[in-house]
Design a protein around this ligand. Structure first.
Ligand SMILES: Nc1ncnc2c1ncn2[C@@H]1O[C@H](COP(=O)(O)OP(=O)(O)OP(=O)(O)O)[C@@H](O)[C@H]1O
Ligand SMILES: [Mg+2]
Length: 338
């Protein structure tokens, strides 16, 4: 049973889509609260009433800034921490009462530094696999991420990207149905990040595993996740597909262009649908006089520009669209970036 969602820029046309039908629930969280004591002794809610569902086969992302409560939420779901109140379950198994059975059926990515220093990659996978009745062969997993020739090496001798690939694939050792990845690409360079994105896309699509990941990179959330929960101060501020979040909460789009001749701002602001026009100076490439239009309907503004009666002598033209960064700003009044 397969279904198609237009997601993961990583998907390849030829690879089969093995995701299960999304009509079953993989993760269910209801009114989750985790209270910690601050340095002053006062209690604060690191997770503050979060409720959400992840469907089977879904690639689900948690997007939020440092300290938002992403890891705490994930670890409660995984049965590693206990909630102060509320409920979490995975595949119908309660994260507190049925955590032992639950742990057999989920995969959790550990941070690279958390691996035993004196074991080789192969030995680590063998050791981890020995905890589970159902397991995958270390050779197969290492080959999966191009690390077979490193099977006798220790994690500390891998590059950052290799270590991260290893940590992702190590979460598959028990052939889990649901995989949890906490900031799988933080600290990686762009090339290594892309490789890990591809790996995550394949684990979801080709292996049919439900993937739940956290990130504070909006481009990662937008590229990988079918649905995103935006979390801030322990609360889920919004939950939807990236496109629908941007459509609902994103700023108006716009058009940036450069013309051969200067244009009066008041003339630009009089164009239908244009809310604001600004001079941006001459663009580095192409030259000319640069302008930016903010428009609720960038298509209409674009049409007006292109059909400009006397001709603009367009040197360059770019359509601007809303981003998850705008969505976060709109929802919380703050920037997502640190
Ligand atoms: N064991 C703990 N004791 C006290 N406070 C904690 C504990 N664990 C987390 N916190 C606090 O709870 C809040 C949420 O932390 P959490 O690690 O869940 O955030 P996060 O969204 O994963 O952040 P990051 O992006 O930095 O990983 C933070 O303010 C953190 O300091
Ligand atoms: Mg965290």
């Amino acid at each position: 049973m397969t279904y198609n969602v237009n997601t993961a820029a990583t998907q390849t046309a030829s690879a089969p889509d093995r995701r299960p039908a999304p009509d079953q629930v993989a993760v269910e969280v209801r009114e989750l609260v985790k209270t910690y004591r601050g340095a002053d002794g006062a209690g604060f809610n690191a997770v503050d009433g979060a409720s959400f569902e992840v469907r089977r086969g879904e690639l689900f992302g948690f997007l939020g800034p440092n300290g938002a409560g992403k890891t705490t939420t994930l670890e409660i779901v995984e049965g590693i921490r206990e909630p102060s109140s509320g409920h979490a379950s995975v595949l119908g198994l309660d994260s507190v009462a049925e955590r032992e059975e639950l742990k057999r059926r989920i995969g959790v990515q550990l941070q690279a530094g958390a691996y035993f220093n004196f074991l080789t990659l192969e030995e680590i996978l063998e050791l981890f696999g020995s905890f589970y009745p159902r397991r995958r062969a270390p050779h197969e997993l290492l080959a999966r991420v191009g690390l077979l020739d490193k099977r006798g090496a220790q994690v500390r001798h891998l590059s950052g990207g290799q270590a991260r690939r290893f940590s992702v694939v190590a979460a598959l050792v028990n052939d889990p149905e649901v995989v949890f990845l906490d900031e799988p690409t933080t600290g990686l360079d762009p090339a290594a990040r892309r490789t890990v994105w591809e790996l995550i896309g394949e684990i979801n699509r080709e292996e049919g595993k439900t993937v739940v990941l956290t990130t504070h990179y909006m481009e990662e959330a937008e590229l990988l996740a079918e649905r995103i929960a935006i979390i801030d101060q322990g609360q889920i501020q919004a939950l939807d597909t990236p496109a629908r979040l941007i459509a609902r909460y994103g700023r108006a789009g716009g058009v940036r262009f450069a013309a051969e001749r200067p244009i009066d701002i008041s003339v630009l602001e009089a164009l239908p649908g244009v809310e604001r026009a600004m001079e941006t100076g001459s663009p580095e490439a192409g030259g000319g006089y640069g302008y930016e239009l903010r428009a609720a309907d960038p298509d209409a503004a674009l049409f007006e520009l292109i059909s400009w009666r006397d001709g603009l002598g367009l040197r360059s033209l770019e359509v601007l669209r809303g981003t998850l960064e705008d969505v976060f700003l709109e929802l919380t009044g703050r920037e997502l970036r640190d």
